[in-house]
Ligand binder design. Sequence first.
Ligand SMILES: NC(=O)C1=CN([C@@H]2O[C@H](COP(=O)(O)OP(=O)(O)OC[C@H]3O[C@@H](n4cnc5c(N)ncnc54)[C@H](OP(=O)(O)O)[C@@H]3O)[C@@H](O)[C@H]2O)C=CC1
Ligand SMILES: CC[C@](O)(C(C)=O)C(=O)O
Ligand SMILES: [Mg+2]
Ligand SMILES: [Mg+2]
Length: 337
Amino acid sequence: MSVEVYYDDDADLGLIQGRKVAVIGYGSQGHAHALSLRDSGVDVVIGLPAGSKSRPKAEEQGLRVLTPAEAAAEADVIMILAPDTAQRTIYAESIAPNLAPGKALFFGHGFNIRYGLITPPADVDVAMVAPKGPGHLVRRQYVDGKGVPCLVAVEQDASGNAFPLALAYAKGIGGTRAGAIKTTFTEETETDLFGEQAVLCGGAAALVQTGFEVLTEAGYAPEVAYFECLHELKLIVDLMYEGGIARMRYSISDTAEYGDLSRGPRVVDSRVKEEMRKILGEIQSGEFAREWVAEDEAGRPNFAKWRAEGAAHPIEETGQKLRSMMSWVDRPLTETA
Ligand SMILES: NC(=O)C1=CN([C@@H]2O[C@H](COP(=O)(O)OP(=O)(O)OC[C@H]3O[C@@H](n4cnc5c(N)ncnc54)[C@H](OP(=O)(O)O)[C@@H]3O)[C@@H](O)[C@H]2O)C=CC1
Ligand SMILES: CC[C@](O)(C(C)=O)C(=O)O
Ligand SMILES: [Mg+2]
Ligand SMILES: [Mg+2]
């Protein structure tokens, strides 16, 4: 199955410059989209509740901030970049009453549409521009003249122009500099959830923590274990990012490569692959979405407990100490690079 990839020359920025865009939420993705759209010549307004702690930040950065309902009423394109679990209520209370034929409702992730938590009316465009990277790097790369690849999808094309409009939006945040792939809400949602659970966040964090535990429990210094299992991972992944697994293997020693080839498949073995398939099944069936929505509605008890346990893992204390000695690593996660 071949995919369609779009670059800057395929997108007409004028389409989004001619519209007013409301960005609802000003967190990781919200600030990145809003600031980069503004720098791309787009008229942007931010939608945040009166007591939101993001308000001063957005205002300090020169953006006009209204309530979500006011912003949705003013805008032609409404991009929801609030937490996935909050979107259903924001939509019902603040956005739906302010939709009108010809407007467009945009998402940065397909969760609420894929799992039927939001059902927009038939006379608005429904599209998605989903960067394949954390918001702070979406902004940092835009500022550096680069871009984070995006997935672009149209769920509902009331205007007949939803895809070019979404592509224009992707250009406005730097996505088409790297490439925007045309997909569906279902494909984006399911692959995104799988990636973050099994590989990028869940899988990688568990691999790092477990490697650190094995070394320190065997009596090796936590500092050595940290450098080996966490710090160096970035350097190894940088090589994969630049030239694939092959480039990483080109750069490492033959000894490391033999260990990689002979031992790697013992760590991530058929049992791990089977568990990954189970995780994908829970995503496809909606089981994960139901569990997460219920967890959120219950006040996130497990989430809070697991987050605290993660923060208390000994690797965090060791890392903090070591990173404070490396000024180029230990920098605040600034919004503007
Ligand atoms: N994080 C990422 O890099 C990525 C996220 N996405 C998607 O982007 C969307 C946003 O996620 P993310 O950027 O992580 O979110 P964050 O948690 O970083 O930020 C959420 C923002 O929404 C605000 N907010 C909370 N409640 C409301 C409300 N009721 N009305 C309006 N604004 C509200 C928060 O304000 P306050 O400061 O007051 O809490 C904050 O500004 C999600 O759909 C996510 O899946 C997609 C790709 C990557
Ligand atoms: C990998 C996590 C992510 O999907 C992302 C940054 O792309 C997210 O939801 O934050
Ligand atoms: Mg993602
Ligand atoms: Mg995600």
